[in-house]
Design a protein around this ligand. Structure first.
Ligand code: ZN
Ligand code: FE
Length: 242
């Protein structure tokens, strides 16, 4: 594959994603919520940093940006709509814009719902999608600013990506999401098997991501919600699920 994708755990349950273009060695880091793990990961790959990609403005996704850029440089890319609450952007992007990582191109999708300015980076060469807190493995982000209609449209846009696209999401929430998903679709055999696999991975201290668009289409009740009302009902139920 043209892009190597690595998830770096940080904070309590966040992932910083590190992408490397095989052809040129160019490196991008997405959502560095904490500097030290991201710096160590970039150092391990030789200390080159081309892009710092930001999906949204929350502190657990941008907290490490200034230290990371001070150390390695790197062009900071984020949503034009949220430029006022993101670190100073070198490239402010909107839906349909392209970001360049060596020989690989990433497309910008606007995916509001969790926040109104949330964006997602899709790299067809990976294929991989950096979706922040919009889509999670077996879940989706809380509606902190956006509407259920916006989140529904965002999830359906992600569902339309190629099935083998690796889903690189912002948090390790999968085990709790799996328990909730089983209450929504108790008869979904693929989901039942996945939930067991996820439990085993977590018990062994392993990450459950990246997942794929195909897996989420088959097993994620938020992506599978047929309409906005259904998504809104599931999201509300999840907000109080323990
Ligand atoms: Zn967030
Ligand atoms: Fe987050």
């Amino acid at each position: 594959m043209a892009l190597t994708v690595t998830g770096i755990p940080c904070l309590s349950d966040n992932y910083v994603w590190l992408l490397q273009d095989a052809a040129t060695g160019a490196i991008a880091v997405c959502d560095p919520g904490e500097a030290d793990p991201a710096i160590a990961a970039v150092e391990r790959l030789g200390g080159r940093l081309d892009l710092i990609l930001l999906t949204h403005h929350h502190g657990d996704h941008i907290g490490g940006v200034s230290a990371l850029q001070a150390r390695f440089g790197g062009k900071i890319i984020g949503a034009a709509a949220d430029a006022h609450r993101l670190p100073k952007l070198d490239q402010a992007v909107r839906a349909g814009d392209t970001v360049t990582l060596g020989s690989a191109a990433g497309m910008v999708l606007e995916t509001p719902g969790h926040t109104v300015g949330h964006i997602t980076f899709y790299f067809p060469d990976g294929p991989a999608v950096l979706c922040g807190d919009t889509l999670f493995a077996l879940g989706c982000g809380r509606l902190l600013e956006g509407s259920a209609a916006q989140m529904h449209a965002s999830l359906q846009a992600l569902a339309a990506l190629p099935p083998d696209t690796r889903v690189c999401c912002g948090h390790e929430y999968t085990e709790s999401n799996a328990r909730f998903a089983l209450t929504v679709e108790p008869g979904n055999q693929a989901l039942i098997a996945r939930a067991t696999h996820v439990r085993n991975l977590r018990a062994a201290g392993q990450p459950t991501v990246p997942t794929t668009i195909a897996m989420e289409r088959a097993e994620n009740p938020f992506m599978r919600a047929a309409d906005v009302a259904r998504l809104a009902a599931i999201r509300t139920a999840k907000d109080s699920f323990r």
